[in-house]
Design a protein around this ligand. Structure first.
Ligand SMILES: [Zn+2]
Length: 628
């Protein structure tokens, strides 16, 4: 997914419509209804098998593989059926989401989504006993289970779960936790979404008029060219955050409080630290995270330097917090009707992406052509279409689709290349079992960031006018500031939140002071003021599914720069190495993957420093362009 990018529209330009008919024709189509029915039937079968497995939990730790033939077969069939029903459920879900994304007024899609979510949580509850048994079972039993042809693919994923063996709670407690969670834990995330969905901000527009808009609209103004409008939007957002601070503080206190209480329950054998779950989901070690953070601290001054250069380009002494997502000032001239390049028509833009991909390898260029020919790119400008861009994949056909709104700006072209990068990642994994293709968030952005960089290289080599070059370099500088300063500040805040939360809930003003300290530590004097309500306005702190959803961004950024650098050093051998790396992202720990495919030890600083060196070159190029 791509969250931070600027948008300028050019009248008339838009992308094509996607064609989903290869997957399903409609919500009423025979295929759609048949898959739905199959899910419901399979859930019943799984319930019976799951209950039998559940009865064996009390003696799970002492199971004897050689005498438990029947149980092994039960587990085997459960695993295979679970994967089948998950595949169908996810396939239906992807279709419903695609339909809802292009048409926000589609009430049928919303209703079906609700019903699929319920089926999904039923499936989660049904698989609890199987997962707990596989977690607790002795190594012999696990080896015997993975020895079947149709279960071998589960080895890595189950092996990961088995690392949590000594943190397991009794089955009844696990079940109670997951039963209580929707109303007690995830509900806080829903409250966050509902609250931010209803907030209205009054923003001063460039023409001087005031408009009332939702949070999404006001956030979009932060990425627009007009500086006073950005400041007005930022102040309006923060006024709303302050006005609702009690609710936002309750959300963060409850999410962190629930997690800490759960970690304490699980710490019966060894202490579970509040960072452990994020590290586990990221598939990296604590040492690797510490090394990354130390190198980010080395890069902090470089990020601040990028911010100061950007301030200079805007003719101000320091940027405000409303400027950190601002587009290049040259682009503002274009948006305000000044002289600049016109928008890039979709076909022409996609051809640039194709050539950038083909320059890495012809197979990659062919992939872009086939995505276009098979109509797997959605780029229209539509009323009621959801904002943002994503890549999604159907689990039955393994076909990938790209969703975006394309109006012809350079940043939208970059987003298109980014999402096609995700699609290529999915394409090279097409022949792998689904169980081996679920990658962690640290690696999720490898192929997409790589694809953005490939396009940037081609454009920089071919750009003739300075404003286009500057726009590209501006994006590089912005990346440096986001990944070397903003993301580490988010991490610093969240860490201090968890440390303080051990002693009880925090009042809202304490959250503000923790955030201010984190911004002071990382931004220093590079900004005119700090964003003290960032803890409330940034969605990532209020996601029930994941904590510390920040360091993986900086990890992914520096990691993919390191991968991109191998393109020059490996030459012709690069593409094969790249594909092999991508194919292993769903079945290896990240340290192991980096060692195998890049020959580097990411628990040591050298690799990260090399990437930092690449960022330094990019910022220097930006500085030279500003001076020249
Ligand atoms: Zn992405």
């Amino acid at each position: 997914m791509k969250t931070d990018n600027t948008t300028q529209a050019s009248a008339g330009i838009q992308g094509p419509a996607w064609d989903l008919s290869a997957e399903y024709q409609s919500f009423e189509a025979v295929g759609f209804l048949a898959d739905w029915k199959a899910v419901e039937t399979a859930l019943e079968v799984l319930a019976g098998r799951g209950a039998r497995i559940g009865q064996r939990i009390p003696d799970a730790a002492t199971l004897n593989a050689s005498t438990e033939t029947e149980l092994l077969q039960d587990c085997r069939h459960f695993a295979v059926e679970l994967e089948q029903v998950s595949t169908l459920l996810s396939n239906l879900m992807v279709y419903v989401n695609c339909m809802a994304s292009t048409d926000g007024f589609n009430s049928q899609a919303k209703q079906l989504k609700g019903r699929l979510d319920t089926l999904g949580s039923q499936l989660g509850a049904l698989s609890a006993s199987y997962e707990l048994l596989m977690k607790l079972a002795p190594q012999d039993f696990y080896d015997a289970f993975c020895a079947f042809d149709d279960t071998a693919a589960f080895r890595f994923a189950l092996g990961q779960i088995r690392k949590l063996k000594d943190l397991a709670l009794p089955l009844e407690v696990e079940k109670t936790l997951s039963t209580m969670s929707p109303a007690g834990f995830t509900a806080w995330g829903n409250l966050y979404n509902n609250l931010t969905g209803t907030i209205r901000c009054t923003v001063q527009q460039p023409d001087g008029k005031e408009s009332v808009m939702g949070l999404a609209g006001a956030s979009a103004v932060l990425k627009q060219a007009d500086r006073p409008a950005r400041e007005s939007a930022w102040r309006a957002i923060n006024a709303q955050m302050a006005g609702n601070q009690e609710a936002f503080a309750a959300i963060l206190n409850s999410l962190s409080g629930w997690r800490l209480a759960e970690y304490k329950q699980r710490s019966h054998t060894r202490k579970l630290h509040f960072l452990d779950s994020a590290l586990f989901q990221s598939r990296i070690s604590q040492t690797t995270l510490e090394t990354l953070l130390a190198v980010l601290a080395e890069g902090r001054e470089l990020g601040r330097h990028a911010l100061r250069l950007q301030a200079g380009a805007y003719g101000c002494e320091r940027l405000g917090p409303w400027d950190i997502l601002a587009p290049a000032p040259q682009a503002s001239a274009a948006a305000d009707g000044g002289e600049s390049t016109n928008g890039i028509p979709f076909d022409q833009g996609l051809e640039l992406v194709r050539r950038a991909y083909a320059a890495v390898d012809p197979a990659m260029g062919d992939f872009v052509s086939s995505m276009q020919a098979k109509r797997r790119i959605e780029g229209r400008v539509l009323d009621g279409k959801r904002p943002g861009a994503y890549c999604t994949g159907f689990t039955k056909s393994r076909n990938r689709y790209v969703f975006t709104t394309y109006k012809g700006s350079l940043s939208e072209l970059s987003t298109l290349s980014h999402e096609l990068g995700h699609a290529y990642h999915g394409e090279v994994m097409r022949s792998l079992p689904l169980a081996e293709s679920r990658y962690p968030m640290t690696l999720a952005e490898t192929a997409s960031t790589f694809a953005e960089a490939a396009l940037g290289d081609l454009l920089a080599a071919e750009a003739t006018d300075k404003s286009a070059l500057l726009e590209l370099a501006w994006a590089d500088a912005q990346d440096a500031a986001v990944f070397l300063v903003n993301i580490p500040a988010r991490f610093a805040f969240e860490k201090s939140l968890y440390e303080a939360r051990e002693n009880g809930p925090l009042p809202a003003d304490r959250m503000c002071s923790l955030m201010t300290s984190a911004w002071q530590e990382w931004y220093g004097d590079a900004l005119s003021e700090y964003d003290s309500y960032y803890w409330a306005s940034k969605l990532h702190f209020a996601m029930p599914g994941v904590s510390f959803y920040n360091f993986p961004y900086s990890f992914g950024y520096l990691f993919s720069l390191g991968v991109f650098a191998r393109r020059a050093s490996l030459g012709d051998g690069f593409h094969q190495a790249y594909v092999s790396l991508l194919r292993d992202t769903g079945r290896m720990e990240v340290e192991e993957l980096a060692q195998k495919h890049l020959g580097v030890d990411i628990s040591r600083p050298d690799f990260w420093r090399e990437s930092l060196g690449i960022v330094r070159q990019k910022v220097e190029r930006f500085e030279a362009l500003l001076k020249g």
